[in-house]
Design a protein around this ligand. Structure first.
Ligand code: ADP
Ligand code: ASP
Ligand code: MG
Length: 408
């Protein structure tokens, strides 16, 4: 029987300084004692990636995406080498690698590349030698032989993809919280830890702003049914297991509340109300790789209508440029935008079979005098755009009104 293979991922806050890197080495040492084969994925030391992005922005507001990847992929190389040294100090055989060295092959979309395949020969060879393998997360090498990165939070994806590729027995995501909570504990202090959650609910929470797991990582875990254990590197407590649907005893209607402040709203005013216009606008945006989230079109009374939509803030400048072009082509003048917005969402699979969730959500916000600017719903979530300054309060209000807070 082969030894068990564990993939352990340590996020930026877990390796933020030398003391914490030594703490991670202690955690790894405990697994080594159990004779597991270990693949360890690390993020950059906390704050490093943001710092590198700010540096680039000081040089130019529009850096080349290839050079951005050359720059921001460096953070993970630092932390992986330091962790290898910390393990060596404990007499543990370890070797660090970059993503390209271990054959993480991606497409050519810089700063948000997708993993196409992982060539695992090198990993398997080193595992057979009994070494702890440390891999710089967040990065790969494209089919054009360029270094790529996998989107913010992408070390989660590196870990899950590697776990799938080597057929790992476990994939543990170590972070700075005890697990997945009913809301970001930094915003809602009495949020509760969720012991078990389905891939679908985690996917919805992540895509609506629960930063604790990268959305694409959860997508891959779901696709290959790789359960994940999200837990803290600062305690030994059990965290949250993300897994295929099981008959959980408790199926709450609302599982959690999320907030995202990284979208902006764009409105194209007085658009002619005729077939093909929406298709034209959104095809144009899609062809320029703009990721549109919520879309609202007003009722038209005088053969024109306003179309509003949200996009990631970092693509706002580009979106406005494209919209100005669109506007010229369809004879429209007025384009408005607002980057001071927040999106709050309530998420839960139980919503499928319960009515009144939307009404309760809107009433709670109304009672707190929070104005809703846009609404969108899916089978298992309701999202509202509110003013950015009201976002955190909205999360707390919704969390409380759906009874998610810890009992005192
Ligand atoms: P890492 O550096 O380990 O990848 P992240 O900062 O990406 O960590 O994710 C962990 C953070 O996610 C937590 O510190 C917490 O503030 C935030 N977070 C947001 N929503 C949630 C949630 N629902 N449950 C737990 N943490 C959350
Ligand atoms: N360092 C990268 C980021 O900050 C990747 C990660 O932390 O997962 O986005
Ligand atoms: Mg993260």
């Amino acid at each position: 029987m082969r030894n068990k293979i564990y993939v352990l991922k340590f996020g930026g806050s877990s390796v933020a300084d030398v003391r914490r890197i030594n703490n991670v080495a202690d955690i790894i040492a405990r697994y080594v004692k159990k004779k597991y084969h270990l693949l360890v994925v690390v993020s950059a030391m906390g704050g490093t990636t943001d710092g590198l992005i700010q540096l680039a922005r000081k040089i130019t507001p529009f850096p080349s995406e290839r050079e951005m990847d050359m720059l921001i992929s460096t953070g993970e190389q630092v932390s992986s080498a330091l962790l290898a040294m910390a393990l060596h100090k404990q007499g543990i055989e370890a070797i660090s690698f970059t993503g390209p060295q271990v054959g993480i092959i991606t497409d050519t979309y810089h700063t948000k590349a997708r993993i196409l395949k992982i060539e695992t020969e090198r990993i398997k060879r080193e595992l057979a030698r009994g070494k702890v393998i440390i891999i710089a997360g967040f990065q790969g090498i494209s089919t054009a032989l360029e270094i790529t990165t996998l989107g913010r939070g992408g070390s989660d994806l590196s870990a899950v993809a590697l776990a799938v590729a080597v057929g790992a027995d476990r994939c543990e995501i170590y972070t700075d919280v005890d697990g997945v909570y009913t809301a970001d504990p930094r915003i809602v202090p009495d949020a509760r830890k969720i012991p078990y959650i389905t891939f679908d609910e985690m996917l919805e929470l992540a895509s609506r702003g629960a930063q604790v797991m990268q959305t694409r990582a959860v997508e891959v875990a779901k696709k290959f049914n790789m359960p994940l254990h999200v837990r803290s590197s600062f305690s030994r407590k059990e965290g949250t297991i993300i897994m295929e649907k099981k008959n959980f005893i408790e199926e709450p209607v609302v599982r959690g509340v999320t907030l995202t402040e990284n979208e902006a709203k764009v409105t194209i005013c007085n658009v002619p109300d005729r077939p093909g216009i929406a298709a034209y606008i959104f095809n144009k945006l899609a062809s320029k790789n703009i990721n549109v989230d919520m879309i609202v079109q007003n009722v038209s009374y005088q053969k024109t209508t306003d179309i509003s939509f949200t996009v990631p803030k970092e693509t706002l400048a580009r979106t406005i440029r494209i919209c100005r072009e669109i506007a010229k082509n369809i004879g429209v003048k007025d384009i408005r935008y607002d980057d001071q917005i927040a999106k709050v969402s309530v998420v839960g699979v139980g919503m499928k079979s319960h009515s009144g969730v939307a009404a309760k959500c809107f009433s709670a916000l109304a009672k707190a005098k929070i104005n809703i600017e846009m609404i969108s719903t899916s089978e298992i979530s309701i999202s509202c755009i509110v003013k950015k300054k009201a976002g955190k309060k909205a999360v707390r209000v919704l969390h409380k009104s759906f009874g998610l807070s810890r009992k005192k």
